[in-house]
Design a protein around this ligand. Structure first.
Ligand code: FAD
Length: 319
């Protein structure tokens, strides 16, 4: 069976791999034998090995060099392009993060290959599913040139273990001058939140303009913490300064697809739906019974969020 290269996204501080990598390894099994590619600083692969073996990596290509960390995304694209030329894989699967999509685009250009981004599923025949036009159209596509490259949307595949050998092979890192064209000069490590990452969380609680102030977002955070959930926000909420822009869900924000999405004080505009409508179960809290979010919601509560949300938090915490 042909290899399928899977670009590994590592957790910061050597704490294993991100869930997106386990999803990509799971999806890649439909296309062939997953071969994980770890491209990072010296020692990067050490913390990843056990999970890669558990989730089906038949091989692990290890490309470790300070240069990979020092020059943004271009080195990762070059490592992958070298492996595509050497190993002739059946396909390449990359998590659909902002970095993953940039690596994928560069790889497609370097290898003259077709690229399908944000896919939610891929079949053994290589047919990918994409959700387009704010979720109103489902598109099935195939790559017709080069080595098919897919970026996999987070939370669209359930990671399932499939123990494999994870045989390691070291890959020499030799960067071109072009890959050194943009250098990292400084890194500020964000303070780590105890909440899960928005795009990876199983539960997301999002607040909208109805929350009415930055201070009042504490009730959204309270519900999220009682459920072990991530916090999201509508664009109206972030534009009003209630919550940071990095937490925006929607067409121009992040796309989430959790098991449970709770929309609080959010009307359900098409641009917001674009980022959350593939959530498995949607709950809406809104004081307006005509709010469009109720058309999409599996469960709706008509009421004032200032009463409903604290009561829900209290009931959940009491369990
Ligand atoms: P509103 O539409 O003002 O809704 C607030 C809701 O809160 C209302 O339904 C109201 O009934 C309810 N409410 C008020 N008070 C209470 C209360 N006390 N209790 C319960 N309910 C209450 N939006 C996004 O979210 N994400 C995007 O990525 C995004 N991208 C965009 C891109 C473009 C190009 C454009 C044009 C728009 C984009 N928007 C996006 C904006 C989008 O069109 C909406 O304006 C926005 O989603 C509205 O946010 P909201 O639902 O929080 O606010």
């Amino acid at each position: 069976m042909a290899e399928v290269l899977v670009l590994v996204e590592l957790n910061p501080a050597g704490e294993g791999v991100r869930k997106t990598t386990l999803e990509a390894l799971t999806a890649a099994r439909a296309l062939g034998e997953p071969a994980a590619v770890v491209a990072g600083a010296p020692g990067a692969a050490a913390g990843a090995r056990a999970q890669l073996a558990e989730y089906g990596a038949v091989k692990v290509y290890v490309a470790e060099s300070d240069d990979i960390e020092n020059y943004l995304v271009a080195p990762k694209a070059e490592v992958l392009a070298g492996l595509v030329a050497d190993k002739q894989p059946a396909a390449v699967v990359i998590p659909s993060s902002p970095e993953g999509k940039e690596v994928a685009a560069r790889l497609a250009v370097k290898t003259g290959s077709g690229l399908l981004t944000d896919v939610t599923e891929v079949t053994a025949e290589g047919t990918a599913t994409q959700v387009a036009f704010a979720g109103q159209t489902i598109v099935h596509s195939k790559v017709t040139a080069g080595t098919p490259i897919y970026t996999l949307r987070g939370n669209s595949v359930t990671p399932t273990p499939a123990p494999a050998a994870a045989a390691e092979e070291t890959v020499a890192v030799q960067l071109s001058d072009a890959a050194r064209a943009t250098k990292v000069v400084d890194r500020v490590v964000e303070q780590k939140s105890s909440r899960p990452e928005l795009t990876e969380a199983a539960i997301v609680v999002s607040g909208g303009r109805g929350v009415a102030s930055a201070e009042n977002f504490a009730i959204i955070e309270g519900l999220a913490d009682s459920l072990g959930a991530a916090v999201g926000a509508s664009r109206a909420a972030v534009d009003s300064g209630y919550y940071p822009h990095t937490f925006q869900v929607g067409q121009t924000g992040k796309t989430v697809s959790p098991q449970l999405y709770i929309a609080v004080g959010i009307s359900g505009a098409i641009q917001h739906r674009a980022g959350m409508q593939t959530s498995k179960t949607i709950v809406a809290v809104n004081k307006d019974p005509e709010a469009p979010i109720f058309e999409l919601a599996d469960f709706g509560i008509v009421g004032d969020l200032n009463t409903v949300v604290p009561a829900a938090t209290e009931a959940i915490t009491a369990r």
